[in-house]
Design a protein around this ligand. Structure first.
Ligand code: SAM
Ligand code: DTB
Ligand code: SF4
Length: 336
């Protein structure tokens, strides 16, 4: 079994990024198959349960009030309507149902409906994940009690680049929420976005921040920026197309995440729609073992079930046979 380390240095992570590409991929694929069935990929479905009108200023996001993206703000969806979408996702073979709300944080008055949704989705035999913004320890406990399996809250970038992307909450705020989620015994899902104009050093700092948390997140989503017109970063990319992330550099980031966090599910998240099959195949070789299915993410288009079925058939990939055993509260020592 691969040793699980939370003491990675930035220099070590930078050295991994610097490896010849074939050597990096070989190492990542080796770590992957030591810890996961390499031909199996977890299928997750996303639903936006409360869209748009978010007071935060995340420079990539179509749902911020600061963005002129044309996304219409909605209220929190009705519980039954969410359960109906979850049933459809299950019928389409999804294993995890991830629900997102465009909030800075949930209000206490929202919590009863959220708790009901978690209980209902779980009763269908789906794994549940929510991403609702910042959480207090009490809110995290309420979600844990409802049976929430995962909470997604991304660090998004390196501590240095973070401030250029978001000013309305700090990296320290994000880490506080992650520690509240961990303390409540909920599995942690945390990753970020590549291709926001950051440097290699920022990608090193991004992976370093996740890989040196007291316990690695059980899920690590690696998103490629989906450039949305009317957002700061989407417009920046439209003006400077050379800022778009290079495919090989994206695959390198996936590989380094896999090597440094061997047990985590590394999710090839947003941005697949505009990625070639060959790049996605390299990501799977580099250790990505989870994707979002369906033709929509939260507001942006996704690859879609038909093209994914064709890709899986071509690559000989199958859906993860069983939901991953829950790993909350597992210590690094036990995992060795
Ligand atoms: N409002 C909650 C929050 O930010 O904590 C949850 C929803 S938010 C949309 C979840 C994550 O989606 C963000 O942290 C970001 O990493 C990712 N994301 C949002 N817009 C994106 C885009 N245009 N391209 C790639 N990833 C994006
Ligand atoms: C994550 O890291 N990626 C997902 C999920 N967590 C919630 C969200 C991607 C959003 C992509 C842009 C959109 O659909 O608006
Ligand atoms: Fe709001 Fe989340 Fe979008 Fe940031 S990423 S603007 S917090 S919905």
């Amino acid at each position: 079994m691969t040793a699980i380390r939370t003491d990675w240095t930035r220099a070590e992570i930078a050295a991994l990024f610097d490896l010849p590409f074939t050597e990096l991929l070989f190492r990542a694929a080796s770590v992957h198959r030591e810890n996961h069935p390499p031909e199996q990929v977890q299928l997750c479905t996303l639903l936006s349960i409360k869209t748009g009108g978010c007071p935060e200023d995340c420079g990539y996001c179509s749902q911020s009030v600061k963005a002129d993206s044309g996304v219409e703000a909605t209220r929190l969806m009705d519980v039954q309507a969410v359960l109906q979408k979850a049933a459809q996702a299950k019928d389409n073979g999804s294993q995890r149902f991830c629900m997102g709300a465009a909030w800075r944080n949930p209000k206490d008055r929202d919590m009863p409906a959220i708790v009901e949704i978690v209980k209902g989705v779980r009763a269908m035999g789906l794994e549940t994940c929510m991403t609702l913004g910042m959480l207090t320890p009490k809110q995290a406990d309420m979600l844990a009690e409802a049976g929430l399996d995962y909470y997604n809250h991304n660090i998004d970038s390196s501590p240095e680049y973070y401030e250029r992307v978001i000013t309305t909450r700090t990296m320290a705020d994000r880490l506080d929420t992650l520690s509240n989620v961990r303390a409540a015994g909920i599995n942690v899902c945390s990753g970020g976005i590549v291709g926001m104009g950051e440097t290699r050093e920022d990608r090193v700092g991004f992976v370093h921040t996740l890989a040196t948390l007291p316990q690695h997140p059980e899920s690590v989503p690696v998103n490629a920026l989906v450039p949305v017109k009317g957002t700061v970063l989407g417009d920046m990319l439209a003006d400077t197309p050379m800022a778009k992330i290079d495919d090989i550099e994206f695959v390198r980031t996936v590989a380094v995440a896999r090597i440094t966090m061997p047990l985590s599910m590394v999710r090839l998240s947003a941005g697949r729609e505009s990625m070639s099959e060959a790049t996605q195949a390299l990501c799977f070789l580099a250790g990505a073992n989870s994707i979002f299915t369906g033709d929509k993410l939260l507001t942006a288009p996704n690859a879609g079930d038909d093209s994914d079925a064709a890709l899986f058939a071509k690559l000989g990939l199958t859906a993860l046979a069983q939901p991953e055993p829950l790993r909350a509260c597992r210590t690094p020592e036990l995992a060795e």
